[in-house]
Design a protein around this ligand. Structure first.
Ligand SMILES: Nc1ncnc2c1ncn2[C@@H]1O[C@H](COP(=O)(O)OP(=O)(O)OP(=O)(O)O)[C@@H](O)[C@H]1O
Ligand SMILES: [Mg+2]
Length: 505
């Protein structure tokens, strides 16, 4: 038995809920205006509040804020009409548990939402994990991703359209499949259409199908995507690329929820959930008159923006594991990525996001020695290593780099032997070989030779420092310590053009 507050100015609504909730064995308090609302919120504690979004003297969002402030553990369900669904979604962003649409046609569903809110769980975590595994959509631990999933969980079972925004490769399509799987439409088709790739001449036929003989070449009846995706989900991918002609057709069918096959005479009803995705900013496209604002309004019942991979670096190890495991399904090769290799991958910028990470993992595994048990820094593609080092050791780097440096706690030192016996023997040998070749009888350009030797010194210094920086993943202080040189010398040898400074300084 729970204690529930119902807030609505319409007495019929509060009376309905009183009867309905009492039958569910709950106790009910009702409030119709701000004074009553403030009074009950201050003086009573509720498990759940069902709040109308539109009230004559206040609004549901303000009440939500107030309830969450005074009674943070009270769950809030927002009641809304069709025209205010977007605001109801804002309410979820602000902490409401869910929203319900008036009129309440589906009493069973209403009962279910109330019970779920009281038990504070919609989809169980293990169920979500299973769907994530099935659809190949890794959720991870990133807070922004978690927030997006929470909203997706709430809106997936409804018919509201969802616009997925995000840079290329952030997983918009896998996310759309995931939403379809957690929705109640998951027994029906998920159909993806690339809106930029539909040929204008085939547009209507692609979307709505055609009757036999409706045009030259139409030898069969063909269903369009709106018909095939009936009861299921239609994913309009790259919606920002849709031509204005495509946009007009889409808008019409979304508004009317019906269409006619090309050459057909009867209208066909469609019940399709629309998900769409884009990596362009559609608001800007609307301003530039490249995208219809009325279509955007229809598509973005809810807008969810997937973060770029560089903003969810904490999920990189899990994604690496996922891709490695996926490859192991088709191969016996089962190495793991070393902590240092993972760290380098976490420090790369990933302009191509998760798609690029996927490709890099596949590429690295394909090139690695099949006996390797561990993938280490040296196995990673050159472009990743170079970019990570450059980013952390810019040519004009100053001492403040240390503040930005990577964690290097468990860095293995370069071989300590470097400057001792082997190298002094090598240097002696080089020296005597060189001297043997020098004859002064006919004159000799000594300054030129010394300049050459200084160049060798600079080159050797430069290359050894680069080696040390790779080893320490760009940490200058650590590299300097390994090489027994101070930061000034290191900086000098790395940055200064043509000059040299004695290494033993
Ligand atoms: N969350 C994720 N979990 C696992 N794999 C992912 C995830 N997101 C993306 N991927 C991988 O990245 C690849 C690209 O994903 P997807 O095609 O969904 O990106 P996108 O955002 O639609 O890119 P684009 O804008 O270029 O079309 C997929 O093949 C998939 O392997
Ligand atoms: Mg895509």
């Amino acid at each position: 038995m729970a204690h529930i507050l119902v807030i609505d100015d319409e007495v019929e609504v509060t009376t309905f809920f009183k009867y309905f909730l009492q039958k569910m064995q709950h106790t009910v308090t009702v409030a119709h205006d701000t004074r009553q609302i403030n009074d009950v919120i201050e003086n009573d504690v509720f498990d759940l509040a069902i709040v109308d979004l539109k009230l004559p003297d206040t609004d549901g969002l303000a009440i939500l804020k107030n309830i969450k402030k005074v009674q943070p553990s009270t769950q809030v369900i927002i009641m809304t009409g069709y025209s205010t669904v977007k605001t109801a979604v804002d309410a979820i962003h602000m902490g409401a548990y869910d929203y319900i649409e008036k009129p309440f046609d589906d009493i069973l569903k209403l009962k279910q939402i109330i019970e779920q809110a009281l038990h504070s769980q919609s989809l169980q975590t293990d169920e979500l994990d299973m769907i994530s595994e099935e659809t190949g959509f890794i959720i991870g631990a990133n807070q922004e991703m978690r927030r997006i999933i929470e909203i997706a969980k709430k809106v997936a079972p409804k018919n509201i359209s969802i616009l997925i925004n995000g840079e290329t490769g952030t997983g918009k399509e896998v996310f759309a499949r995931f939403i379809h799987h957690i929705s109640s439409r998951n027994n029906h088709p998920f159909i993806a259409v690339n809106c930029g790739a539909i040929a204008e001449s085939l547009l209507e036929s692609e979307l709505f199908g055609h009757e036999k003989g409706s045009f030259t070449g139409a030898s069969q009846v063909r269903k369009g995507v709106f018909e095939i995706a009936n009861q299921g989900t239609l994913f309009l991918d790259e919606i920002g690329e849709a031509s204005l002609q495509t946009q007009v057709k889409l808008l019409r069918v979304l508004e009317l929820q019906e269409f006619m096959r090309v050459g057909g005479e009867k209208t066909i009803k469609t019940n399709t959930r629309i998900l769409s995705a884009t990596n362009v900013d559609l608001e800007t496209a609307v301003q530039k008159k490249e995208f219809r604002s009325d279509l955007l309004y229809r598509l973005e019942g809810v807008k969810l923006c997937l973060p770029p991979l560089r903003e969810r670096r904490e999920d990189i190890p899990l994604l690496i594991q996922h891709f490695t495991k996926r490859m192991q399904k088709t191969s016996t090769f089962s190495p793991v990525f070393s902590p240092k290799a993972i760290e380098v991958l976490q420090n790369y910028q990933w302009p191509g996001n998760i798609r690029e990470l996927h490709n890099v993992i596949m590429h690295t595994l394909a090139l690695a020695d099949k006996d390797s048990r561990e993938i280490d820094i040296k196995h990673l593609p050159e472009k990743i290593l170079d970019s990570v080092i450059k980013r952390h050791v810019p040519a004009s780097a100053d001492v403040s780099f240390e503040e930005k440096s990577l964690h290097t706690n468990n860095v293995t030192p370069l071989r300590k032997k470097s400057c001792t016996d082997d190298f002094s023997a090598l240097a002696d040998e080089f020296c005597s070989e060189l001297l043997k070749k020098i004859e002064v009888e006919n004159g000799f350009d000594l300054p030129n030779l010394l300049a050459l030797i200084r160049d060798i010194e600079t080159k050797v210094g430069h290359e050894v420092i680069k080696k040390a920086l790779r080893q320490t993943m760009g940490n200058r202080k650590e590299a300097g310590r390994l090489l027994k040189i101070n930061p000034r010398t290191l900086r000098y040898l790395l940055n200064e053009k043509g000059k040299s400074v004695p290494l033993g300084e």
